[in-house]
Design a protein around this ligand. Structure first.
Ligand SMILES: NC(=O)c1ccc[n+]([C@@H]2O[C@H](COP(=O)([O-])OP(=O)(O)OC[C@H]3O[C@@H](n4cnc5c(N)ncnc54)[C@H](O)[C@@H]3O)[C@@H](O)[C@H]2O)c1
Ligand SMILES: O=C(O)C1=N[C@H](C(=O)O)CCC1
Length: 252
C-alpha cells in the first residue's frame, strides 16, 4: 500500500473546514492528522507530522498560518480569502527561501466556478460592457468575494491584452456604492441573502445582446473535489499557484 499523505485542516470547525475534515477523512490516500480551530497552537502541525495544510480560516489569520507552514516546509492549500497583492508578494519572497514547498491559493475550489471565470475572461474581449454580480450567504465577512476579485482580474487582463476600452458608463451622480466596487476597472456588486451559499453572474453586454455566465454552489460539498485535487497536487508544484485553474488543463 502507498503511504498516505498527512493533512491538517485549519479552521476545522467552520462551515468549510467541517466539510473538508469529512472529505479528507473519507479519502483513502489521505490521513487527517490534525484539525485546528482558532484557539489551537500551530505547533500542533509539527507534532502531528503534517505534510500539507488546508487553510479554511479567516482573512485575518490566513497569512500567519500559511507562513508558519511554509517556514517548516509544509505545503499549503488555501481557500481563505483576503490575499491581496501585498500578502502575495510577502508569501512569494518567503517561498523563495523554501523552494521545494508548494502553496495553492484558490479563491474558489468548485470546478464549475473556475470554468465560469475562465469562460468569462475569454468572452470579455468581445463585449463592450462587463459587470459582475456575486451573491453569498449573509454570514460571509468579506466583500467583494475572493472569486469576484479573481474573475475581475482575469477579465481585466484579457481586455487589456485585446485592447478593449473600459466599459461605457455615463454615471455622473451616484449615491455611494450604487455602482458597486471597482475591481481592476470591473464593477462588482455584492448581494448577501439568507438561503444562498455561493453564486456569481458575469454580465456581458454588446449592442442588442447580452451573455450571462452564471455559476451556483448550492452546497459546500461542491468545493471538496477541488480541495482534494489541490492536496494531491500541491507537493509536485513548488512555489506559488493562484487559482485552481493553474492545476487544470483548461485550454481547448
Ligand atoms: N476557496 C473556496 O472555494 C471557498 C469556499 C467557501 C469559503 N471560502 C473561504 O473560506 C474562508 C472560511 O469560510 P467559512 O464560511 O468556512 O467561514 P467560517 O467563519 O464558518 O469558518 C472559519 C473558521 O476559522 C476559525 N478560525 C479563526 N481564526 C483561526 C485561526 N487563527 N486558525 C484556525 N482557525 C481559525 C473560526 O473560528 C471558524 O471556525 C472564508 O475566507 C471564505 O471566503 C473559500
Ligand atoms: O462562503 C464563502 O465565504 C465563499 N467564499 C469564497 C469567495 O469569497 O469567493 C468562495 C465562495 C464561497
Amino acid at each position: 500500500m502507498t503511504e498516505q499523505l498527512a493533512v491538517a485542516v485549519l479552521g476545522a470547525t467552520g462551515r468549510m473546514g467541517a466539510e473538508a475534515v469529512k472529505a479528507i477523512d473519507a479519502a483513502p490516500d489521505l490521513d487527517l492528522v490534525a484539525a485546528l480551530g482558532r484557539e489551537d497552537s500551530l505547533d500542533t502541525l509539527v507534532a502531528a507530522g503534517a505534510q500539507c495544510i488546508v487553510d479554511l480560516s479567516v482573512p485575518d489569520a490566513t497569512f500567519e498560518n500559511v507562513a508558519f507552514a511554509v517556514e517548516r516546509g509544509i505545503h499549503a492549500v488555501v481557500g481563505t480569502t483576503g490575499w491581496d497583492e501585498g500578502r502575495l508578494e510577502r508569501l512569494t519572497s518567503l517561498l523563495a527561501d523554501h523552494p521545494a514547498t508548494g502553496v495553492l491559493i484558490a479563491p474558489n475550489f468548485a470546478l464549475g466556478s473556475v470554468l465560469a471565470s475562465a469562460f468569462a475572461a475569454r468572452a470579455a474581449r468581445y463585449f463592450e460592457s462587463v459587470e459582475i454580480v456575486e451573491l453569498h450567504h449573509p454570514d460571509k465577512v468579506d466583500a467583494p468575494s475572493g472569486t469576484a476579485v479573481r474573475t475581475a482580474a482575469l477579465i481585466a487582463q484579457a481586455r487589456q491584452k485585446a485592447g478593449v476600452p473600459a466599459s461605457p458608463d455615463a454615471t455622473s451622480a451616484e449615491r455611494a456604492g450604487a455602482r458597486g466596487a471597482d475591481v481592476d476597472g470591473v464593477r462588482v456588486h455584492s448581494v448577501r441573502l439568507r438561503g444562498l451559499v455561493a453564486h456569481q453572474e458575469v454580465l456581458l453586454g454588446g449592442v442588442g445582446e447580452q451573455l450571462t455566465i452564471r455559476h451556483d454552489s448550492y452546497h459546500r460539498e461542491s468545493f471538496m473535489p477541488g480541495i482534494l485535487l489541490g492536496v494531491r497536487t500541491v507537493s509536485s508544484r513548488p512555489g506559488l499557484t493562484v487559482g485552481l485553474d493553474g492545476y487544470l488543463e483548461l485550454e481547448a
